[in-house]
Design a protein around this ligand. Structure first.
Ligand SMILES: [Zn+2]
Length: 200
């Protein structure tokens, strides 16, 4: 019985483990996550044509090395793909998770080479996409030399997929966070979330 319980316990922990979304020597070491200059969570983003000023709802994670061809991006935990955008520099994936009994969603944006489909179950050991490579950055702009990562508390907003983006079923709340209360209602600070859950 004790043996059964300990096996059960180990499986339970393994299923819920949280790892960094990037390839690094140790995917449980938060110091491996380096942000771009303006990549911190909660910074104010200035208004631009058609977009009101809003808070930065995630973090902008720098490429962990100098691999400009195939630097992988991984899911932070076991989950299911619920939305997939494939429109150039705004390509993104949203995954649904249940981590230690808590439902939450993670988003990975400005990504390329997406390797998963809607409904796929993902595991943290297997890459879902990669950072943009040199020729994609030359095409879309080197300001995208990072990926934007969010940890979302509230189920993302349903949207109608288009012909160009048939897997785009959900939007995050990235462009509708105008107050700190909005930010707190919809998002975890990804660095805080990772720091406290990597240990489990
Ligand atoms: Zn960002």
């Amino acid at each position: 019985m004790v043996r059964f319980l300990s096996v059960f316990f180990i499986c339970f922990i393994a299923q819920n483990q949280v790892l960094l979304p990037i390839h690094s020597g140790d995917r449980k070491d938060i110091s491996k996550v380096q942000l771009t200059k303006i990549g911190q969570f909660g910074l104010m983003r200035k208004a631009r044509p058609k977009v009101q000023a809003h808070y930065h709802t995630g973090i902008d994670i720098r490429r962990p090395g100098s691999n400009y061809e195939s630097e992988n991006i991984y899911p932070i935990s076991k989950g299911v793909v619920i939305s997939k955008r494939t429109d150039g520099p705004y390509a993104n994936l949203i995954l649904a998770h249940e981590i230690n009994g808590v439902k939450l969603w993670s988003l990975y944006e400005h990504i390329a080479g997406i390797e998963v489909q809607i409904g796929d179950e993902v595991q943290p050991e297997k890459a879902i996409a990669r950072f943009m490579n040199k020729s994609e950055l030359d095409k879309y702009g080197w300001q995208f030399d990072h990926f934007h990562f969010e940890v979302i508390k509230v189920k993302p907003q349903k949207v109608k997929p288009t012909e160009k983006n048939p897997g785009h079923y959900y939007n995050s709340y990235s462009l509708v966070c105008y107050t700190l209360n909005d930010l707190k209602k919809y998002y975890f600070d990804p660095l805080d979330y990772l720091s406290s859950n990597l240990k489990n």
